[in-house]
Design a protein around this ligand. Structure first.
Ligand SMILES: [Fe+2]
Ligand SMILES: [Fe+2]
Length: 312
């Protein structure tokens, strides 16, 4: 970034960061709450067997979906994005990023910590409004798995590269996902407002990580680019693997009182439909982000993604 663009990035943060906005209409004394969670974000909720359950059972399942989603925001922001942002800020990432990029990483940390805080407050609000507490929530999600598992056993430089790419892919897919969610209808208006505010910050983060990746890619040695090319499909595969998520969802249906045999049949269907709902749009978003960062055209990236059947 040039000096002029740095100044505008700083001014942009001070004028647009949602941490500076009042949380009215998201977290306040009003406990009215529409328990319906968007089915488009969790296809399980639209399964005919789930739709046929009683009001109380469906309400329980939807409220658990809220708790899980809000918990995932906390995991994503604090366990992945902010760890990567701190590495960038303090010069411990793949490269010592230029001062402007390093400074803006601290603004990312402020934003993401705030998103986690708001998500946790919203979860508490949901408990107060419904009396339904979350089931035991997993300590990890697919993104945390990708962040930790793929880098395991690598030398420090490759591990840092893996963690950085993981964060870039997450910030690109997540932004697109909340963009879609913010346009949906038929769920809690305060939650929708939370998503809209979150999106305002994530749009900026998308641009930040695209710029950081472009800056880095230009400075990587050819051997490092080839390593990155091998890492990308490995990260995508772990990040998009939601088998652990299905364990939690299964526990929710059982806790709601549904018979194990019925729950099993629901999940057989969900597994069959999963790619159409989950993987393909996210993959498209990831590839578009890599294209914008000028990573995708690299022959090794093309080859590795194609080998794994991930090029569309
Ligand atoms: Fe965020
Ligand atoms: Fe972000």
């Amino acid at each position: 970034m040039s000096t002029a663009s740095t100044a505008s990035a700083e001014l942009g943060w001070f004028s647009t960061a949602t941490v500076r906005l009042p949380c009215t209409a998201i977290i306040d004394d009003d406990l009215s709450f529409d328990w319906r969670f968007p089915i488009e974000m969790k296809p399980l909720l639209g399964h005919p067997v789930v739709l046929a359950q009683s009001y109380e059972v469906r309400r329980f399942i939807h409220v658990q979906a809220y708790h899980k989603y809000l918990h995932d925001i906390c995991l994503t922001e604090t366990d992945v994005v902010n760890r990567v942002a701190a590495d960038i800020a303090y010069g411990h990432s793949v490269r010592k990023f230029e001062p402007d990029i390093a400074a803006q990483a601290l603004a990312i940390i402020v934003d993401e910590a705030f998103h986690s805080y708001m998500a946790r407050l919203f979860s508490l609000k949901v408990i107060r409004a419904t009396g339904i507490e979350p089931l035991v929530l997993p300590r990890r999600n697919p993104l945390v798995n990708a962040y930790e598992v793929v880098a395991k056993g690598m030398n420090e430089n490759n591990a840092a590269l893996s963690r950085f790419l993981c964060c870039c892919l997450s910030e690109s897919t997540f932004t697109k996902e909340i963009l879609v969610a913010s346009k949906l209808e038929g769920y809690d208006p305060a939650f929708r407002k939370l998503m809209e505010q979150h999106l305002a910050d994530e749009g900026r983060h998308y641009g930040y990580f695209r710029h950081a990746l472009t800056w880095l890619w230009d400075r990587l040695a050819e051997s490092e680019r080839e390593t990155a090319a091998r890492l990308l499909p490995a990260i995508i595969k772990v990040y998009f693997d939601d088998s652990d998520e299905l364990i939690f969802d299964r526990n929710v249906l059982l806790a709601a009182g549904m018979a194990p045999s019925v729950v099993d049949s629901v999940f057989r269907d969900i597994e069959r439909v999963r790619p159409a709902f989950g993987e393909l749009p996210r993959l498209r978003n990831s590839l578009e982000f890599l294209r914008q960062a000028r990573v995708l055209p690299h022959p090794a990236v093309q080859r590795q993604l194609a080998n794994e059947g991930l090029l569309q």
